[in-house]
Design a protein around this ligand. Structure first.
Ligand code: FES
Ligand code: FES
Length: 162
């Protein structure tokens, strides 16, 4: 199938099988290795990217549904060579341990903050609850998201394209 995708602002025309999960197109065809394979079954969130502005599990999203879609991966989250406020907060709070789940965590958090102006801690915990971390970094993830909400990360929410 000839597939047209815009990934991190760049247009691609790809020849791939219809049932290929987006994750493998990103990693194997486009060499974007920041998005990780965890469970492969849509359960852990490690493979989360944004598809047309929505957080999406790329391991279980066949590309046949994505012709013409706009994708953002962790590599495209920052702008003008500057880390995204969440990425800065992740560094400041020392969130990652093995790091494997973290790009999916950040992509989920980025969508959440872009659409929620002043969340409570409970809102953050709920928003992040679908992303699993084998290393148990949950409290630091919440602290990092909270620091951005509090302005430490100088984050200004923007409405993402839906
Ligand atoms: S690898 Fe996609 S949800 Fe776990
Ligand atoms: S940091 Fe290791 S799985 Fe989350």
């Amino acid at each position: 199938m000839a597939l047209s995708l815009t990934v991190n602002g760049q247009h691609y025309s790809l020849d791939v099988e219809l049932d290929t999960p987006l994750l493998w197109v990103l990693r194997d065809e486009l060499n974007l290795k920041g998005t990780k394979f965890g469970c492969g079954a849509g359960l852990c969130g490690a493979c989360t990217v944004h598809v047309n502005g929505q957080p999406t599990r790329s391991c279980s999203t066949p590309v046949e549904y994505l012709d013409g879609a706009e994708i953002t991966t962790i590599e495209g989250l920052s702008e003008n060579g500057e880390l995204h406020p969440l990425q800065k907060a992740w560094v400041a709070e020392g969130v990652p341990q093995c790091g494997y789940c973290q790009s999916g965590q950040i992509m989920t958090a980025a969508h959440f903050l872009a659409n929620t102006s002043s969340p409570s801690r409970e809102d953050i915990v709920t928003a992040m609850s679908g992303n699993l971390c084998r290393c148990g970094t949950y409290s630091r993830i919440v602290a990092a998201v909270e620091s951005v909400v509090d302005g430490v990360g100088h984050f200004e929410p923007e409405q993402e394209e839906v």
